[in-house]
Design a protein around this ligand. Structure first.
Ligand code: NAG
Ligand code: NAG
Ligand code: NAG
Ligand code: NAG
Ligand code: NAG
Ligand code: NAG
Ligand code: NAG
Ligand code: NAG
Ligand code: NAG
Ligand code: NAG
Length: 521
């Protein structure tokens, strides 16, 4: 199963003009825009001298961390002070000869409520850089696809808490060393080693730790959380909750193919298929057994598990039951700019500034990255050699259960415009999970509204909806929410509700339908 994620993710273009590949990928390759991945023109400019001596005092600034200081006024093409931050490489173990290092960028928060917290952000892939989330989704600086340059982000999670964006596992982005893991348990162990070094360097011992992210981080986050729980050491691994949006947590046929025909029917004004094709899709939905699977298992409460895994995804993908692929091929004729992450996109494809930017030598020098790295948004190195990630989804092997039960503070949500991992597929995967003694949601987790406070930030680069934007529900320590006008990268498409979710995660609000204003206003 996992080789699919890898082989296909390698094939997808990361070029300028393609959709940002933040993310879990299963799509067929697109035609790359010519020559763009090598568009590293700025690499010829010499790195500027970067001043490392900080002229301020901070609880985070010490002899260990001075080397990581980022001068917030000296980052190329950012026309404002980004504030205090630290970036660089730290090893994944305490061995002096350790060659494997992860790259981080840490943003302390000014929020007085955050003084005992630290929150980690992961993008997915596998193999994609968490710097994507930083500059496209929830960091303090945004340069979103198709926009002119950097702007401040009014909805950055840094307003709420101390955020650290970590590129992992080894092989991704600016990380150093040779990938040598083959599953998520090993990934968790390597992250545990890095994390102790990070916590020690910045003297964050005893802090509450939260983890958030999206997509393939549906694997990373529960497994890293589980590795933290196993450490049983609150000095460094004091896990208090996790929030994951648009995750892969289960079998990918269940999350993608089984629920696809009803998804296309629901969005028929966007897919706009002809009658012949629609009838064909309906016939596959029945003959592949998907209709009966949904009517039996996507129920509240669910029938007693375990749910059977549909026929081998590798085989299915090559057959007429690969409904996700079949629809993907058909929609690309009608909408050649179809975006698996956000189905209401049409042509033209938008410019993605990220790859040329992080390949500039002056940028690399300014953010303490190894200068000269050929940085990729999603690496084409296999980060789980040789045969891909061998782990089961966190919803299939007890990992998600342990994480939920540890804190009763797990939040999972999906953007309803996400095609790569649609809402009902995630719900179907969750109905097979037992947590706190009961299997699945007992009633549909959508009886309550998601409310985003009315607010006045109209920064042109960072706009967020307000009012009632989705639905949610919560049972026995697991909250599930869905957001109407959001695609896969939720903090990008729907920053207000993502901000709200982090407020819930951190305990700043009690519910996603809580009225009133943001906790920071
Ligand atoms: C930060 O960068 C600015 C602009 O390049 C420079 O004037 C300033 O001296 C730098 N600050 C430190 C502490 O190095
Ligand atoms: C940092 O190192 C200097 C010189 O070695 C020393 O004087 C100073 O006390 C150290 N500061 C901290 C915070 O450890
Ligand atoms: C570091 O040294 C130890 C023995 O001292 C050895 O077992 C280990 O393989 C070495 N690691 C690397 C990355 O060279
Ligand atoms: C998701 O499933 C529910 C039933 O649980 C159904 O009413 C709804 O139409 C489905 N939505 C999509 C987009 O398929
Ligand atoms: C349902 O959960 C069981 C473990 O309880 C797992 O073995 C099985 O693969 C899961 N089914 C699906 C469809 O993921
Ligand atoms: C997939 O199908 C094609 C023809 O439809 C066939 O040539 C190929 O061998 C199949 N691959 C596998 C792995 O079954
Ligand atoms: C209907 O759509 C399918 C899939 O795009 C296409 O292959 C077929 O030619 C279309 N048929 C008609 C009658 O338009
Ligand atoms: C989580 O909630 C359940 C009730 O759903 C309760 O039995 C359990 O003790 C709680 N666990 C924690 C860690 O709070
Ligand atoms: C701090 O948290 C409380 C809720 O615990 C909230 O009411 C308050 O607005 C928060 N303050 C800031 C500055 O975020
Ligand atoms: C985040 O902080 C900035 C700067 O203080 C502020 O202008 C903005 O309103 C805050 N955003 C939210 C959602 O509170």
């Amino acid at each position: 199963m996992k080789s699919i994620f890898l082989s296909l993710s390698v094939l997808i273009s990361t070029a300028v003009g393609s959709h940002p590949r933040d993310a879990f990928t299963r799509a067929k390759p697109r035609d790359a825009s010519p020559g763009l991945i090598t568009n590293l023109g700025a690499r010829t400019s010499a790195p500027q001298h970067v001043h490392k001596r900080a002229s301020y005092s901070s609880p985070y600034l010490n002899n260990n961390t001075e080397q990581f200081v980022v001068n917030g006024t000296a980052i190329p093409d950012i026309p404002f002070d980004i504030g205090e931050s630290y970036a660089g490489l730290l090893p994944i173990s305490d061995q002096l000869n350790e060659t494997r290092k992860l790259y981080f960028w840490f943003f302390p928060s000014q929020n007085p409520n955050a003084t005992d917290e630290i929150t980690i952000w992961f993008n997915g892939g596998p193999g994609c850089s968490s710097l994507t989330g930083l500059i496209h989704e929830n960091g303090p600086i945004l340069w979103q696809t198709g926009t002119q340059g950097f702007t401040k982000n009014s909805y950055t999670f840094v307003n709420l808490t101390n955020m650290v964006y970590v590129e992992q596992p080894v092989g991704v982005g600016f990380t150093q060393g040779t990938p040598d893991i083959s599953n998520e348990v090993e990934l968790g162990q390597q992250f545990v080693g890095f994390w102790k070094n990070f916590m020690q360097a910045f003297q964050l011992e005893q802090r509450k730790v939260y983890i958030t992210g999206e997509s393939y981080a549906g694997y990373y986050i529960p497994y890293v959380a589980d590795a933290f729980i196993t450490q049983n050491d609150d000095e460094y691994y004091n896990l208090k909750g996790v929030a994951i949006n648009d995750p892969i947590i289960g079998d990918n046929t269940v999350q993608q193919d089984v629920i696809l025909s009803p998804y296309v029917d629901y969005w028929s004004n966007i897919f706009n298929f002809n009658e012949t094709f629609t009838n064909y899709l309906h016939s596959l939905h029945s003959s592949c057994g998907y209709a009966s699977y949904i009517s039996k298992y996507l129920t509240y409460p669910p029938p007693p598990g375990p749910f059977p895994v549909p026929p081998d995804p590798e085989a299915v993908r090559n057959s007429s039951c690969a409904t996700w692929d079949i629809v993907y091929d058909a929609i690309n004729y009608l909408n050649p700019c179809f975006n698996v992450y956000h189905i209401t996109d049409y042509c033209p494809l938008l410019y993605n500034p990220e790859i040329p930017y992080f390949n500039r030598l002056d940028v690399q020098a300014a953010i303490n990255a190894p200068v000269g790295t050929v940085w990729q948004q999603c690496t084409n190195t296999n980060v789980f050699p040789p045969t891909g990630d061998q782990s089961l989804g966190a919803a299939q092997d007890g990992v998600l259960q342990r994480v939920i039960e540890h804190n009763n503070n797990t939040i999972i949500g999906v953007g309803n415009l996400d095609y790569i991992l649609p809402t009902n597929g995630t719900l179907l995967a969750l109905q097979n999970v037992t947590w706190n003694g009961v299997q699945g949601f007992q009633s549909y987790p959508g009886s309550r509204e998601v409310f985003v406070p009315y607010h006045t930030e109209y920064n042109q680069g960072s706009l967020a909806a307000s009012g009632y934007v989705g639905r949610w529900g919560q049972e026995r320590g697991l909250a599930f929410y869905q957001v109407d006008y959001a695609g896969h990268q939720q903090p990008q498409y729907a920053p207000g509700s993502s901000y709200r979710v982090i407020e819930l995660l951190l305990g700043r609000i009690d519910a996603l339908d809580q009225p009133g204003s943001f906790s920071t206003q």
